[in-house]
Write a protein that binds this ligand. Structure first.
Ligand code: ASP
Length: 341
């Protein structure tokens, strides 16, 4: 018989019953696969694998899905190969304006930040918006000041600059006949050396969705937005219901693609609505919106999603989606191109 003192030490019975799952993305691929140098492809896969394993470890250790989503996205924001945080796309003024959002499917609490320039991890700032204020969205300098007041790390905006993203701006402006802004000093080289992101067109927005052992889902998305953007342009990534949505009653979803089209269709919420109200399976709901409704209005991109019942899916109309997924007891899966699972 187990002594009473030992019983008291044992974990409480509110233990999990759900197998955890996680899916992540690192943006969509517009151009053909053959344009990507091998060393760059390997670096992308390593970055995705690293971020996925950080999230999986949290879920496996009984952590909440919101922590897994934030941790994965922070890692991808720090990875200069992706267009979020360090490695963000340049604006037309040679700066960086970062957008992010995160949502807790158990409470429907959500936070988003738009056009921030100094907060190292915009996804953590988005989380603070709902945890430390009564707001859902904050923008620009005010949002950075709020982040600073919350103790989040602030950096010089050049921290986000990389040579590879500068080259994307140079090429894009040359093709469009636009006047290039003055090159900022102290732009960091991008690893792997000499393999810029210019030979192929990779959007590089990042996102994650997770289901924890308590059966709660969460979703988050972070981006530097479109290269050469002007006039404070904001895409779908920080728009709850467009680029990000999470509800335990349906699914958690993070999108990447031509943001204006995703906003017009409220892509994330529309997919969740199909799952919740029409009883359509997740994969079919995603394919209906991404392959039909989005394409019908000229949009392109993809999304990752999972339900509180453990269904995990992705769908994309582009040439590829930088993606990864893992579920309890199963090996991780990392993929980029169309001919992969
Ligand atoms: N959806 C993002 C935006 O419109 C871009 C992307 O996903 O690559 O800002």
């Amino acid at each position: 018989m187990v002594p009473k003192a030992e019983i008291a030490k044992q974990p409480s019975i509110t233990r999990s019953v759900f197998p955890w799952s996680i899916a992540i993305h690192g943006g969509y691929l517009e151009s053909e696969h053959s344009n990507m140098p091998d060393d760059l492809e390997m670096a992308y896969r390593a970055g995705l694998r690293n971020a996925l394993s950080l999230g999986a470890n949290i879920l496996d250790g009984d952590g909440p899905s919101l922590d897994a989503v934030e941790t994965v996205i922070k890692a991808l924001e720090d990875d200069p190969l992706f267009n979020a945080g360090r490695g963000a796309a340049f604006t037309a003024q040679a700066g960086h304006e970062l957008d992010a959002s995160i949502m807790d499917g158990a409470t429907l609490k959500a936070g988003a930040v738009l056009g921030v320039t100094r907060t190292r991890h915009p996804i953590s700032l988005a989380r603070k918006v709902f945890e430390a204020s009564s707001y859902v969205m904050m923008a620009g300098e005010g949002a950075d000041a709020f982040g600073s007041a919350c103790g989040l790390e602030q950096v010089n905006p050049h921290f986000f600059s990389t040579q590879a993203q500068w080259q994307v701006l140079v090429d894009r402006f040359a093709a469009q006949g636009r006047l290039l802004p003055i090159r900022p000093t102290n732009i960091r080289p991008t690893m792997p050396q000499n393999s810029g992101v210019t030979g192929h067109s990779h959007s590089g927005t990042v996102g994650a969705v997770a289901l924890d052992k308590m059966g709660h889902v969460s979703a988050g998305t972070s981006t530097g937005g479109m290269t050469g953007k002007t006039w404070g342009r904001i895409g779908d990534s920080p728009v709850i219901g467009a680029g990000t949505y999470a509800s335990n009653r349906s699914c958690a979803i993070s999108c990447t693609g031509s943001g204006e089209h995703f906003i017009r269709l409220s892509v994330a919420r529309t997919i969740c609505g199909l799952v919740e109200n029409k009883g359509i399976c997740l994969q079919a709901a995603m394919d209906e919106v991404i392959h039909r409704q989005l394409v019908d209005i000229g949009g392109q991109g993809g999304a990752i999603a999972l339900t509180s019942g453990g269904e995990v899916a992705w769908s994309y109309s582009s040439n590829g989606l930088f993606r990864g997924r893992m579920s309890e007891g199963r090996p991780p899966l990392i993929a980029i191109f169309k001919n992969e699972p």
